[in-house]
Design a protein around this ligand. Structure first.
Ligand code: UD1
Length: 373
């Protein structure tokens, strides 16, 4: 029996972990122990997701909370060190590109535990982006690379990494595909905000480059306020704080924008699926909108989900008022849809490959100990 320690800590991790957790549960050779770093602690960014995704309560709650990135990283590493010491896992899974991801990767590598990176190989090619640093740190010490796209595989190849690299699709998409009917039949959130299919835009915005800049946030909100349809704006706590601090509330008041607190996973999927278009800087929403065949305008200067742009579903506007308005009003027709971010079976593939990797390792260490013993 292999013991897998999975490290979660932020909202996007929970949706990804739900699929992997299900696949580990179906594997007779593996057991999972989960550690929650506590990077996200508000109920609507954390606990609510555990409930609605049927995720088991993590055995370890590290309760790190918010703080400066280097402090947060260091604190998570120290706490995870103790968990690894106590659990002696055969492998550690980290997801995506957050501070919890990079901290988990360092803790795994420093304890010589096999490191599995889910969402490996994605790059935005800009080291001023906090997540880019986390991606680079994590992939520089990963043992098994599970990329959600072929672009991720190619990026790793350019960095000289070709061994144990697999394009398996995205695990968050597994979850959506698995629960498609639940998302389709969920009408209460549409009723709550009096929405009809394709008569509104859905928006999120939380990346540091937008929330930490008055100019960028001002541009984005004034562009969205000039749209002719209702906009449901699910706002991360850091965005709400920035709007208040930059005194931008007046742009939203009495406008077409309905700013709401962050909502749960299923409600978000329903709003994305039924929207006329999404406006977002979230990598997660960009690919989820693609899966639901909802066109998107990206409020960031770049994206790692290149394939969704090549197929015409998403377009990059950045925090530029004119571009946002232009692309919303003149969105290019999507050309085709190849399910390039995954077919709903990523987690199953990940667990199968991981088992083969761990079996091979075990055989090798048995062979070495017999040879030398
Ligand atoms: C983090 C990830 C980002 C991911 C996002 C998903 C990093 C560098 N960024 O961004 O990649 O897309 O999660 O949501 O790891 N806060 C709360 N309540 C919470 C957590 C945070 O109010 O439960 C506020 C705090 O003011 C905090 C700020 O949000 O300082 C930023 O939180 P942080 O976890 O650093 O980054 P996110 O923006 O959430």
């Amino acid at each position: 029996m292999y013991k897998i320690l999975s490290i979660v800590g932020t909202r996007p991790h929970f949706t990804k972990a739900a699929s992997v957790c299900r696949a580990i549960g179906e594997s007779p050779d593996m057991e999972e122990v989960m550690a929650h770093t506590g990077q996200h602690y508000d109920a609507n960014l954390s606990d609510d997701f555990f409930k609605e995704l049927d995720l088991p309560r993590p055995k370890y709650q590290l309760k790190v909370g918010s703080g400066k990135p280097a402090w947060q990283l260091a604190t998570i590493i120290l706490k995870l060190d103790e968990v690894i010491e106590a659990e002696q896992p055969d492998a550690i899974i980290v997801y995506g590109d957050t501070n919890s991801t990079a901290a988990g990767a360092i803790a795994a590598a420093k304890n010589n535990v096999v490191l599995i990176h889910i969402e490996a190989g994605l790059r935005e090619f800009d080291k001023s982006i906090p997540e880019e640093i986390n991606k680079l740190i994590t992939d520089s010490i990963t043992d098994i690379f599970f990329s959600p796209t072929q672009t991720g595989v190619e990026n790793l190849k350019k960095e000289g990494v070709t061994e144990n690299v697999y394009n398996v699709g995205d695990v968050a998409i597994d979850n959506i595909a698995f629960n498609k009917s639940r998302i389709e039949s969920n009408v209460s959130i549409l009723e709550k905000y009096n929405l009809q299919k394709e008569d509104y835009y859905f928006m999120t915005c939380h990346r540091a480059c937008n929330t930490d800049s008055f100019e960028n946030l001002h541009n984005i909100i004034s562009a969205v306020a000039a749209l002719d349809e209702k906009v449901i704006f699910s706002a991360h706590p850091r965005t709400q704080k920035a709007i208040a601090e930059f005194d931008l509330t007046h742009l939203i008041k009495h406008s077409n924008i309905e700013m709401i607190d962050p909502i749960g996973f299923w409600d978000t999927q329903t709003l994305v699926r039924n929207a006329k278009m999404v406006l977002t800087d979230s990598g997660g929403i960009i690919k989820e909108a693609y899966f639901h065949k909802t066109p998107g305008v990206i409020l960031d200067k770049q994206t790692e989900w290149i394939e969704t742009i090549e197929e015409g579903w998403n377009v990059i506007a950045g925090p530029d008022k004119e571009k946002i308005l232009h692309f919303v009003n003149n969105h290019p027709e999507p050309t085709h849809h190849t399910n390039c971010v995954g077919d709903g079976n990523a987690a199953k593939k990940i667990i199968k490959i991981t088992k083969e990797f761990l079996d091979a390792r075990k055989q090798e260490s048995t062979r070495l100990s017999t040879t030398h013993g």
